[in-house]
Design a protein around this ligand. Structure first.
Ligand code: NI
Length: 219
């Protein structure tokens, strides 16, 4: 399941983050790439500093409190976030993300776009599955959540600058199909409650969700 989480950050929060990123030092992105990815990765990443960590902490808070992200990802833990920057001709060729990072299993990947799409050319995130390649370029403050199992790439930036925050989630629910069932159940539980409050239907749906979580979760 690919999911767009619109306005994870407000336009003000996004602007503050992008401006703060302008004051940071950046390193060669190959430093954090896996053995094969170093051959296709050409971007920059914000170097470790208290200022960078303060900016990324705002994103962590936004993720932790976003109902759509919580429902779609059911996060157990997140990797450290990366603030990435692509300028003229920088790109990240086709690759798959490492399965294990910092002791976590990467079930889901996400990219939070920080630059307004009209401010740069190229730079779409292209996600491939067995049928097609999908190019994704979102508004500033919007995020795409996608399976870490996919091959994907970032198209070369031919004008301007593309700033983004990327990270990975280990989910409580390892299986993507089970995660989707629980996501759908969340929608139905919410809809039933919004319509009638607690009811026999609501109780049954909530019980089913709870018991599926008990069956599937790896806490
Ligand atoms: Ni990747």
């Amino acid at each position: 399941m690919l999911m767009v989480i619109g306005s994870l950050l407000s336009s003000v929060e996004t602007a503050v983050l992008a401006e703060g990123a302008g004051d940071l030092a950046f390193d060669d992105g190959r430093a954090t790439a896996g053995r094969f990815a170093t051959t296709v990765k050409a971007n920059s990443q914000a170097a470790t500093s208290p200022e960078r960590d303060a900016l990324l902490a705002k994103v962590e808070t936004a993720l932790a409190t976003n109902p759509l992200f919580r429902s779609a990802a059911r996060p157990k833990a997140l990797t450290r976030l990366i603030l990435s920057r692509y300028r003229q001709e920088q790109t990240y060729g086709l690759h798959v993300d490492d399965a294990l990072m910092q002791g976590l299993r990467t079930d889901l990947s996400f990219t939070l776009f920080l630059s307004p799409p009209e401010s740069y050319d190229g730079g779409a995130l292209v996600i491939e599955d067995s049928f097609e390649a999908r190019a994704i370029k979102l508004g500033a403050g919007d995020m795409i959540l996608y399976p870490a199992t996919t091959l994907h790439r970032v198209e070369p930036v031919t004008r301007g600058e593309r700033l983004a925050v990327v990270g990975w989630v280990q989910s409580l629910i390892r299986d993507a199909a089970q995660r989707e069932i629980l996501f759908d159940l969340d929608q139905s539980v919410d809809a039933a409650f919004a319509r009638d409050g607690t009811s026999a239907e609501f109780d049954r749906l909530a019980k089913t969700r709870s018991n599926l979580l008990r069956m599937w979760a790896e806490p």
